[in-house]
Design a protein around this ligand. Structure first.
Ligand SMILES: Nc1ncnc2c1ncn2[C@@H]1O[C@H](COP(=O)(O)OS(=O)(=O)O)[C@@H](OP(=O)(O)O)[C@H]1O
Length: 317
């Protein structure tokens, strides 16, 4: 309360010092502006204006004894702690309530965070949460290499799914050419992403699917909740995190991040449709994914922002 009163006391002191002791202030609001004994008879409106400016300044200024910087730091720390605890809680809730959880993992920053959270809960080494990795035949080699390093580190083996009927990229290109994604992006997504993804959920009979989708990814995900109904149910432990929270988590915990971040890529998908983004854009709303799906359009001509993996309500197909 004292702190709230202080600016007004300041104002009165300020007003008093500006009023001439030899003049009288005549306006009704002068009781705020000047003590009654020193009311001005002239130029009061001008004086009132400077006093009003002072009110704004006085109200904006913090009482001297408050260390706002430490408040800011404390609130950041509590936010980080809360985000971390809520993500761990969501994963635990999902895994304990369902029988066959799985985590389809593309190794973008949030996925690397989730892998670490799963490791902390002992769901990786124990095999309680299988990791699904869709090899689209068009991923960056660095993505494959990172997956191998994380498999070693956390002692798990990802279940890899590829386009049906092919065992390697050469076979795929022989059948479909090397530019299917240019000629027919819908068909490319269906063959290389959506079908292997749906097959992975069916083969593992997944009843709850963990993933790293977040509200700050863009308008399609702006209202995402931590859990979503459907078949399977989806657990989105990072729904309320921002991209910066993910990067900060990796740094705070000394974790390896995807090496392409250091080459300017905030998000990493397929080689042919992922480009670097100026770093000042990374943390804007939807900035993380702004280098994805480059040059691609939906059939209705709108800009592509999803490959279709998570668009259907019932992703098991
Ligand atoms: N390669 C690969 N392997 C396993 N799982 C994958 C893969 N690519 C995408 N996904 C899953 O799809 C979610 C959305 O991915 P994206 O929209 O970022 O990209 S993509 O169009 O699918 O490439 C993505 O969500 P995140 O967890 O946020 O990465 C995953 O659940």
């Amino acid at each position: 309360m004292q702190a709230l009163l202080q600016p007004r006391a300041e104002l009165l002191r300020f007003s008093e010092s500006r009023c001439s002791p030899s003049t009288t202030c005549s306006t009704t609001s002068a009781s705020v502006c000047c003590p009654p004994t020193r009311r001005l008879s002239h130029g009061h409106s001008q004086h009132r204006l400077s006093a009003a400016k002072h009110v704004v300044r006085a109200a904006a200024a913090a009482p001297a004894k408050v260390d706002i910087d430490s408040w800011v730091q404390d609130s950041r720390r509590s936010r980080e702690q809360w985000l971390e605890e809520s993500a761990l809680g969501a994963l635990k809730t999902a895994v304990e309530a369902f029988e066959r959880p799985a985590f389809p993992c593309a190794l973008i920053a949030g996925d690397v965070v989730i892998l670490n959270l799963l490791h902390r809960l002992d769901y990786l080494e124990s095999g309680r949460v299988p990791i699904i990795f869709i090899d689209t035949f068009h991923l960056f080699p660095e993505t494959h290499a990172l997956m191998h390093r994380l498999e070693e580190k956390y002692n798990f083996k990802a279940s890899v799914f590829q386009a049906a009927g092919f065992t390697n990229v050469a076979e795929f290109k022989k059948a479909h050419g090397s530019d299917l994604f240019i000629r027919d992006i819908e068909e490319y997504d269906r063959i290389c992403k959506v079908e292997p993804f749906q097959r992975s959920l069916q083969d593992l009979d997944v009843d709850v699917m963990i993933n790293g989708r977040r509200r700050d990814h863009g308008f399609e995900r702006a209202h995402l909740e931590v859990f979503e109904g459907g078949s399977p149910v989806k657990a989105n432990p990072l729904a309320w995190w921002e991209f910066k929270d993910c990067m900060d988590y990796l740094k705070r915990h000394g974790l390896e991040r995807h090496p392409l971040h250091d080459q300017g890529y905030p998000s990493i998908g397929d080689v042919q449709s992922t480009v670097p983004v100026p770093v000042e854009k990374w943390y804007e709303y939807a900035g993380e994914r702004s280098g994805r799906f480059q040059g691609l359009q939906n059939p209705d001509g709108s800009v592509k922002t999803e490959c279709g993996i998570h668009v259907a309500d019932d992703v098991k197909g």
